[in-house]
Write a protein that binds this ligand. Structure first.
Ligand SMILES: [Zn+2]
Ligand SMILES: [Zn+2]
Length: 109
């Protein structure tokens, strides 16, 4: 059985609108920490709804922009959201950051 893709801790559960442009149809899930980190991002609910165009259909899109503007923005957003969640669970801020580092092996700055 496939691992359950938990609700996003960043976005709404239902595909309401594109995180970037607000478009309401053709929405796809983008895991903010992808590649080697995707498995953890699935477990941690670090994904957002993005329309096809903003996701990977033009050179400003998350996956195709050579400067990775949206990509890096979402990586930092995911990092900060997860650290905030650890803090909400009662961990001190420095411990929460260390937990993120232990889990993902790096910071996304
Ligand atoms: Zn969009
Ligand atoms: Zn994606």
């Amino acid at each position: 059985m496939a691992a359950k893709d938990i609700d996003s801790i960043i976005s709404q559960k239902k595909p309401t609108q594109c995180y970037f442009c607000g478009k309401r149809d053709g929405l796809e899930k983008h895991h903010c920490l992808h590649g080697a980190f995707k498995k953890l991002a699935v477990q941690d609910g670090l994904w957002v709804w993005i329309c096809r165009k903003c996701h990977e259909a033009n050179k400003d899109s998350v996956h195709l922009d050579p400067n990775h503007i949206k990509d890096h923005y979402l990586q930092r957003l995911a990092q900060e959201t997860l650290i905030k969640q650890y803090i909400k669970q009662g961990y001190p801020a420095d411990v929460a950051r260390e937990m993120f580092l232990q889990r993902y092996g790096r910071f996304f700055d």
